[in-house]
Design a protein around this ligand. Structure first.
Ligand code: PNS
Length: 175
């Protein structure tokens, strides 16, 4: 049974990796599918995210990385996948996930959505929060794989802006 794990993965987190590992044990093949979404302002380019995901999933024999645009159900049909995997952290994720699952079912009744729960230590981890913490100079070690930590630092160095703490100190000094 081929399953698709779709997402933005900007960047991939330890929670994503945990779901990928669990999915790889449940399904015979798992496609980690990266959405091409020009509307969403991403920190990492599509190529950068694909490269990270490929390196991070290389150790799983039955996981591969794909890229898709347009409808997920179309991509699933194209790949012969019958299951969509999504990770659920807390009840707050459920409403959005239920809406997507029901919409995908409306579009393609044979495609099932399966929710996997990551380990509880990742229940508060999200790509958005990881980016915020890294931007503000906090430690993200327990939230992302070492490769992603390194790429985050490289990315934030090249788009370097003064740290908010420095801006605040200068503001106070200037007054
Ligand atoms: O990681 P994300 O951003 O929560 O993932 C969202 C994703 C990629 C699963 C969702 O936006 C998606 O499937 N987009 C493709 C367009 C589509 O099929 N939309 C209809 C279903 S809601």
């Amino acid at each position: 049974m081929t399953a698709i794990y779709p997402g933005s993965f900007d960047p991939p987190t330890a929670g994503h990796l945990d779901v990928i590992e669990r999915g790889s044990r449940v399904f015979s093949e798992l496609i980690v599918a990266l959405l091409i979404n020009p509307e969403k302002d991403a920190l990492f380019t599509l190529e950068e995210r694909r490269d990270m995901l490929e390196q991070l999933t290389a150790k799983f024999g039955n996981v591969r990385v794909g890229v898709f645009g347009g409808l997920l159900v179309e991509y699933a049909r194209q790949e012969g996948a019958t299951v969509v995997v999504r990770g659920i952290r807390a009840i707050s994720d459920y409403e959005y996930e239920l809406q997507m699952a029901l919409m995908n079912r409306k579009l393609e009744p044979t495609l099932e959505t399966v929710f996997l729960t990551a380990a509880e230590e990742f229940s508060y981890v999200s790509s958005r929060i990881v980016k915020d913490i890294a931007r503000l100079g906090g430690a993200v070690d327990s939230m992302v794989p070492p490769l992603v930590k390194q790429r985050l630092h490289e990315k934030l160095e090249t788009s370097a802006q003064p740290a908010p703490a420095t801006v605040a100190a200068n503001f106070v000094k200037e007054r």
